[in-house]
Every structure is written in structure tokens, then in C-alpha cells.
Design a protein around this ligand. Structure first.
Ligand code: GLA
Length: 387
């Protein structure tokens, strides 16, 4: 891979002398969905697929970006002096947003760069290709200019850029999972205070299988912001009757006790999901520690039901994939992952059942939805690095 992208960099930007090569992973969330902006827990892991980058500092303030995933767009040129979000700038809004965010945080970026990217995460799949690009860009800037920032800072700067430059009010999960990734471990993160713990994932005789619906998120970003504000309103209503900082502070029993303070049934369902999903995530990590993988799988299934019925972010495509998966022997658990509204599902499948799983779920999906899904058997990998 390194040779291939260095060669391409040379062709696009005129030689590869002085260029360095980097990688940042994608991520999949095992459980704890739509909890990260509600002060709850999440349980994601970094993947071995992700975004490769080749970067070289320039002597002027120009930015020249090229993506092997969008070759037809050619070299997209801008400058450090014009870091503004621009719909027409497409994918380059992600690296640009991070450059902007570093400057907002008081780091001075003296020179521009030539940057080539190649990602092997399916775009718009819900495996965080954008957060991967953000963390990668931050990692490159740190390496290039010697900025004193930790990997956790790279996550926070990436999230800041996504919120403020790209207008998606996301939580910290994606950037954190990517910046802090560890091979064969998931990250049990409390988003209320960023305390976290690495939990070894030893799936004896089973693997993580991603099914990509090939339904692009499209309107997803605005729906995402809508869910977030529904939760904020529900929280404000609950705060009239109970002293909490976030929905993640409530147990199920407390929620049932106070829920009548929420004046709208839809908001009540949203808040219920946030509270119950947070508790499920904590239980799932306990189950894993106790090597009770069946319980872990059941909690994944329950998570999907709640995202389907109460949070309403699944849609026909993700439901078709998950409901077909539940029917297959050897499936330990299956649910949508990421923001929803399209994107991917994550399933834990016994190794000897994987071929049958792909065949059966693939056929059912095609029949019901009318186009094919893609399947990936994935491994849990490390965070960003120079390669
Ligand atoms: C997206 C966001 C995350 C998180 C998930 C839902 O991936 O970027 O912050 O909210 O959706 O769990």
C-alpha cells in the first residue's frame, strides 16, 4: 500500500521526496448508540481498514489535496488564508476543517501542504470515514509542525472541526475511537468525563461482520441534529424535576419515575432510548468481562430494537439486514451501528457460520430492498500512525 500511494503522490504532485506516509483507522461501535452526546457510555473499536495519507510540507501557504477515492475531482487547491466551509469543496472540507480548528485553538500553521488520501472504508457507510480523515489530518499536522497535542486532543479537535466547520453536531465517540484505537480491544468510554478503559475482545470462534446497506446517509445529518435537540429538550424538561447533568445520569428506574415531566411522547421515546442504551452498554461490558458472549449478543439485539422503535433511526434497509441476521444460526448478536439512517450493521457471527450468513442475509436484503449489500469481516486495529 505504501509504495502504491507514494507512487501516486509522485505522479500527482511531482516526485515524492520529502513526503511521509500515515494511516488512521475507521471505527465500528459495538454498542452504545446515540449515547455520546447524552453523557452516556459507548463501546467502539478501531478497525484495520481506514484512511492512508501521504503529506509533504510546502514552502508557501497553498493547500493541494487529492483523493484516490475521488480521482475525477483532480487536485483541489486552496490556501491556509481561505479556510471556510464550502459545499463545492466536497471531501476537502474535512482536512480543511481540522486546519481551521488547530488555528482556532491557537496553533499557528506556517506552511501549506500537498496531501494525497486513499481510504478503504466504504464512503458514507457509517464506519466514520470522515472522522478518520479528521484524526489523520491532525496527526499529520502534529508530525509536520511538532504541535504539542495528545491523541485525545486530536479527537477533541477533530470533533470541534466536525461541529463547527462541517455543521454536524456529533459527539466524541468516532474521533475518540479512532485516535485512541488499540488492536484487539474495544474502548469503554464514559462520554461524561472521557474516562475510559480498554476491554480485550476475545471472540472465541466468532468474528465481527459488517454489512453495508449501500444506502447513503443523505438527509442523515439533519436528522442527526434533530435527534440531538430532541434529547436536549427532554433533558431540560427532566431537569425541572430532578437534578441531573445529562440523560446518562439516570437509571431505568429513575427514568420511569420522572418521565412524565417530558411533555411530548416522541421526546419521551428518544430520552428512553438514551437512558436504556447507556445502561445496556454498561451491562454489555460486564457480560463481556464475565465471558458471557450470549448476553452481549442479546444486548446488541435489544439495542437495535430500541434504535428502531424508540429512537427511529434505522429505516427499512438496516432493519432488513438486522432482521435477516437474527434468523441465521450462529449469529450471536446483530444491530445497526453509527448514526443510522443508512450505513452499516455490525454482527457477531460464529466463524463457521459466516459464509452462510453472508449468503442468506445478502439474498434476503436483495429481495426486500432491490439492491445488494456488501459484507466485510473486520479485525480490530490500532490508532493513527506513521507507516
Ligand atoms: C455518529 C456520531 C457519533 C455518535 C453516533 C451515534 O457516528 O458522529 O458521535 O453520536 O453517530 O451513536
Amino acid at each position: 500500500m505504501k509504495e502504491k500511494i507514494l507512487q501516486k503522490f509522485g505522479e500527482v504532485f511531482g516526485g515524492d521526496t520529502g513526503a511521509a506516509v500515515y494511516f488512521a483507522p475507521g471505527r465500528v461501535n459495538l454498542i452504545g448508540e446515540h449515547t455520546d452526546y447524552n453523557g452516556g457510555h459507548v463501546f467502539p473499536c478501531a478497525l484495520t481498514i481506514g484512511t492512508y495519507g501521504v503529506a509533504r510540507q510546502r514552502a508557501d501557504r497553498k493547500l493541494r489535496f487529492f483523493s484516490m477515492n475521488f480521482e475525477h475531482l483532480g487536485v483541489l487547491e486552496s490556501s491556509l488564508d481561505e479556510l471556510k466551509p464550502d459545499k463545492a469543496a466536497g471531501w476537502t472540507n474535512y482536512p480543511k476543517g481540522v486546519l481551521w480548528a488547530f488555528e482556532e485553538k491557537g496553533f499557528e500553521i506556517p506552511y501549506g501542504m500537498d496531501l494525497l488520501l486513499y481510504g478503504n472504508i466504504p464512503n458514507g457507510s457509517g464506519l466514520s470515514s470522515s472522522a478518520s480523515v479528521e484524526v489523520l489530518t491532525g496527526f499529520i499536522l502534529r508530525d509536520m509542525f511538532g504541535f504539542s497535542v495528545t491523541n485525545q486532543d486530536l479527537a477533541l479537535i477533530g470533533q470541534f472541526s466536525e461541529n463547527r466547520f462541517n455543521g454536524v453536531n456529533c459527539g466524541i465517540m468516532d474521533q475518540f475511537a479512532i485516535a485512541m484505537g488499540k488492536e484487539n480491544h474495544a474502548i469503554f468510554l464514559d462520554t461524561a468525563d472521557l474516562k475510559f478503559e480498554y476491554a480485550p475482545i476475545r471472540l472465541e470462534g466468532a468474528k465481527i461482520v459488517i454489512a453495508c446497506s449501500n444506502k447513503k446517509r443523505g438527509l442523515g445529518d439533519s436528522k442527526y441534529n434533530e435527534r440531538r435537540s430532541e434529547c436536549e429538550t427532554a433533558l431540560a424538561e427532566l431537569q425541572e424535576v430532578v437534578g441531573i447533568h445529562s440523560l446518562g445520569d439516570l437509571t431505568e428506574e429513575q427514568f420511569e419515575q420522572y418521565k412524565s415531566a417530558i411533555k411530548d411522547d416522541v421526546r419521551k421515546k428518544r430520552a428512553k432510548h438514551a437512558v436504556y442504551e447507556n445502561q445496556r452498554t454498561m451491562q454489555a461490558v460486564e457480560a463481556l468481562k464475565a465471558a458471557d458472549i450470549a448476553k452481549f449478543g442479546q444486548l446488541m439485539n435489544d439495542s437495535h430494537v430500541s434504535l428502531r422503535d424508540d429512537y427511529e433511526v434505522t429505516g427499512a434497509e438496516l432493519d432488513a439486514l438486522v432482521e435477516a441476521a437474527w434468523e441465521v444460526d450462529g449469529v450471536i448478536g446483530s444491530r445497526m451501528t453509527g448514526a443510522g439512517f443508512g450505513g452499516c450493521t455490525v454482527s457477531i457471527v460464529r466463524t463457521d457460520a459466516i459464509d452462510g450468513f453472508i449468503e442468506k442475509v445478502g439474498a434476503q436484503y436483495l429481495k426486500k430492498i432491490g439492491y445488494a449489500a456488501d459484507f466485510y469481516v473486520v479485525e480490530i486495529g490500532d490508532g493513527p500512525r506513521a507507516i
